[in-house]
Design a protein around this ligand. Structure first.
Ligand code: ZN
Length: 242
């Protein structure tokens, strides 16, 4: 095989690897953001329950106040009851007191409802906080994994680029210039295998004479259609059974 062709095939493989690594490195911040979002969602869920608990507690304090107002009124009535002079006054007072007792009972019912709600919310908070804790552990693990991936990818990228520089130094300037020019206009893909008479990248059939020349792998031949540099990978001869 022509040495330039061999180096160019190698160069293309290294460029593909470098591109894949760069893309993976670029995706890491996005993956980290999605981890942040997952955690934020769980935190928000727990916070929402806490807010409902605060509202429940405020409502209970209000009921307590209402209750003590009525109870004060009730005890005042009880004192006044001793001092009433007439039966009519006594009956009116009794009526007021009965009314106040009803109010007390209504507030107590409301309080019981709120207390039950409070128990439910406490259980909900416990579940939400456990879920948050689990998510925090999962996210921390994922973060460590991403950091390790980034370090590995970064290291591999540096190794690949060093190898690329070594390959470039062995190429003839013309071959390198041709490769760079095609790669620039073809999303980094300057090389194309020719197989079964076709350019495997653009799928255009080569002229039979051109395909024969490509099969020899002894010169740089570009695809008539996509301009990529063509090379041929010999089909391995099937092993003869011994
Ligand atoms: Zn082509």
């Amino acid at each position: 095989m022509h040495p330039d062709l061999q180096h160019l095939i190698h160069l293309q493989a290294l460029d593909n690897t470098a591109e894949r690594l760069r893309r993976r490195i670029e995706e890491i911040p996005l993956a980290q953001q999605s981890l942040d979002a997952r955690l934020a969602q769980r935190t928000a869920s727990a916070d929402a329950v806490k807010q409902r608990i605060a509202a429940n507690q405020a409502a209970r304090r209000d009921i307590d106040k209402d209750l003590s107002v009525v109870q004060t009124r009730l005890s005042k009535f009880k004192n006044q009851l001793m001092e009433v002079k007439t039966n009519k006054e006594y009956q009116a007072m009794q009526k007021e007191m009965a009314h106040a007792e009803e109010e007390v009972s209504a507030h107590e019912t409301r309080m019981l409802e709120r207390m039950e709600e409070g128990d439910g919310l406490a259980a909900e908070l416990k579940t939400a906080e456990a879920a948050l804790k689990t998510e925090q552990a999962v996210v921390a693990g994922e973060r460590t994994k991403l950091e390790a991936e980034r370090a590995t990818d970064q290291h591999q990228l540096e190794t690949t680029l060093a190898e690329r520089a070594r390959v470039v130094s062995q190429l003839s300037p013309d071959a390198l210039a041709t490769f760079q020019r095609i790669a620039h206009g073809r999303k980094g893909l300057a090389m194309a295998e020719a197989r079964d008479g076709l350019c495997v990248v653009c799928h255009v059939r080569l002229r039979p004479q051109a395909f024969n020349e490509v099969r020899r792998n002894d010169q740089l031949i570009q695809c008539d259609s996509c301009s990529r540099i063509l090379y041929y990978v010999p089909v391995p001869t099937p092993a003869t059974p011994s």
